[in-house]
Design a protein around this ligand. Structure first.
Ligand SMILES: [Zn+2]
Length: 419
């Protein structure tokens, strides 16, 4: 099979092209048609970037786009075409083997037919923005700190970059500022295919022993790298480069990055979030973090106060219990109590009463959670009685059990006393 002419290689903004179908075969393993053309604008998966999607129609009234056509001319007309939903075969995946590119389609095309390829430009442009930003960040990190990009994953929602050295918060802030300065400067990406001699003399990232033509992507002042993927024409098209998280990873750093529309969408969502927090806490937007910290402090103070009051209520309730010389077993039912206070109180009761000492917290309709202890009786028997009578849950040791039960106060007490 003849090599497929890679139109995307020379012009990343070409969204349509005419081509001739060289082969079309049903691929049973993928349950779709494998189509090979003489040329294509579809980028096959590679260099950390997903394959293009789109469609191929056999309506050949679209003129071949010239490679030097301007950005605005090319993609606007294409968007109108795809929005119109013209018939064609949908392309869900594109792969390259050697020099031959295969398009995976949901229908067949006639061999020899003249067809028109249309890529999903929004998707491609988004990938190009993320991918081009990766060159800027990796180039800057390499030049400034000497670290290599040892992992790159361009996902559908976010991109991660792994570097083989640590970066401080201050260094990351500087990196982000410098990367965005490269965007403001709107520098053109240069694509070249140096001859072997020139290549050997060139210092670039991703230098490997590659057979055949090596495609060098250069952003002057920032990065030189071997790369097969399509990039934006100029750095300004990236829009914004935002590092949204940085974590230590295998002795280096993993950065999560959003660029272009992804960064804007993220900012919009965060804006709504900050506006809501600001309104809820009656705080100015730049001061929401301090307001949340203050709200947490206030809440903690309230918890301490509630615990203190609960303790006092419990002390009063415990005083009203029958005296230890008049009863073996004591049960206390409360609406609300802190777990630690319950356990402390049960332990205390067990030193004074010989039978079961239980505290139940909740209400008969919604159920009680309980802690029950005893210095002389086997609490597991009490657990069994509650389980048998009310399907209670929980368990523990002979000395103490805890669990939950839904029944009314009197029924619980009689089940425990009439075992
Ligand atoms: Zn690249």
């Amino acid at each position: 099979m003849q090599a497929t002419l890679k139109l995307y290689d020379r012009d990343s903004h070409l969204t349509t092209c005419q081509a001739t179908v060289l082969s079309c075969e049903y691929d049973a393993s993928k349950e779709c048609f494998a189509i090979i053309l003489d040329r294509t604008v579809f980028f096959p998966e590679g260099g950390g970037q997903f394959a293009d999607t789109g469609y191929i129609s056999d309506m050949s009234f679209f003129d071949m786009q010239s490679p030097d056509m301007q950005f605005s001319d090319v993609h606007t007309s294409d968007m109108q075409i795809s929005d119109a939903g013209l018939s064609g075969v949908q392309i869900s995946d594109v792969q390259i083997a050697g020099d031959v590119i295969t398009h995976y389609a949901d229908g067949p095309l006639a061999v020899g037919a003249l067809v028109t390829c249309h890529i999903n430009w929004d998707r491609r442009f988004d990938f190009m923005q993320q991918h081009s930003a990766e060159h800027i960040l990796s180039g800057l990190v390499h030049r400034t700190y000497g670290y290599n990009n040892v992992g790159f994953h361009l996902g559908l929602t976010e991109t991660t970059l792994d570097f083989d050295g640590p970066l401080t918060a201050e260094q990351l802030t500087q990196l982000e500022i410098q990367a965005n300065e490269a965007v403001y400067r709107n520098i053109a990406f240069d694509i070249s295919f140096p001859d072997p001699e020139a290549l050997a003399a060139l210092d670039y990232r991703s230098k490997k022993e590659l057979a055949g033509e090596v495609r060098i992507v250069t952003l002057p002042g920032y990065d030189v790298c071997a790369c097969c993927a399509p990039h934006v024409y100029c750095s300004g098209e990236i829009g914004t480069i935002k590092i949204i998280s940085a974590m230590s990873h295998r002795g280096g750093m993993r950065l999560t990055v959003l660029c272009g529309k992804r960064a804007l969408t993220d900012y919009q969502a965060k804006q709504i979030s900050v506006e809501q927090i600001s309104a809820l806490l009656s705080a100015k937007q730049p001061e929401v973090a301090a307001a949340v910290a203050k709200a947490k402090e206030d809440q903690q103070a309230l918890i301490y106060r509630i615990n203190d009051l609960q303790k006092k209520v419990l002390e009063a309730e415990l005083k009203s219990l029958p005296a230890p010389d008049t009863t073996e077993d004591v049960f206390l039912f409360q609406k609300d109590l802190d777990t630690k206070a319950i356990r402390d109180a049960v332990n205390d009761l067990c030193t004074r009463y010989t039978g079961y000492c239980g505290i139940f917290v909740g209400a008969s309709e919604t159920g009680y959670s309980f802690v029950l202890g005893s210095s002389s009786k086997d609490c597991r028997e009490a657990a069994a009685a509650l389980r048998k009578a009310f399907g209670a849950k929980g368990g523990g040791s002979a000395k103490m059990i805890q669990g939950s039960v839904t029944a009314d106060e009197d029924a619980i007490q009689s089940a425990l006393l009439q075992r």
